[in-house]
Design a protein around this ligand. Sequence first.
Ligand code: APR
Length: 241
Amino acid sequence: MMRAMTLHPAIVILTGAGISAESGIDTFRSGANGGPSLWEQHRVEDVATPEAFVRDPDLVLRFYDMRRAAIQTKEPNAAHRALARLEREWPGTVTVVTQNVDDLHERGGSHNVIHMHGEHLNAWCTTCDARPRWTGLLIDRPPCPACGARTLRPDVVWFGEIPYHLDRIQRALADAHLFVSIGTSGAVYPAAGFVRLARELGIATLELNLERSQGSAWFDETRLGPASEVVTQWVDQLLGR
Ligand code: APR
């Protein structure tokens, strides 16, 4: 049964790599910018698992140092900015739940952002659990600013690790009236399962993506096109422009 609409419905927006593709950041699965995708260039098993970090920490740290440096040269695009405008102007709550580890939502002006897969610009000290802001390199094993141990790793969620803030995300969904998924292939759980949870909760669901995602059939509506266009149009429509 569809949840009754209130005057100021709360909106939960799940974003994935597709929203940052037009900023020049590689997607993981489909090479969005004409080149190979990230997981075609690097094997997940080599760089994005706890086992890989134990086996070859230098390879993993170098990979994330490269990515951390790269995102700092990129700029938010029209889709990031449109979501920030929605948060500012929509009378209800707008929550962005992102699988992205870049900071383009924040730099685009969004404040209510949940990073379920961690953040490139944070390090995590596995000795004292501090999560200092980190823009430089980790390959040289710099000391943790809190405890001095040389045990900093990227604060990103690897395959086989549990995503962050799942309770907060569930609570946001439980209060929401609209769930929107933007620029994600629907290949990775638990994020890929949020649309089904939304349906069980009676929340309207909308997909905005370049192509149909794996879970496309679960959405009430799908609009296809580049995020800079479809997201901007959707936000304009919601705000009555
Ligand atoms: N506009 C909108 N969507 C786009 C664009 C664009 N300009 N370019 C690509 N896309 C879409 C693709 O069609 C694809 O469906 O974005 C999606 C990107 O999918 P993935 O590369 O699989 O990225 P994502 O879904 O975010 O991956 C989820 O997988 O490897 C892990 O931890 C990593 O957070 C990541 C998770």
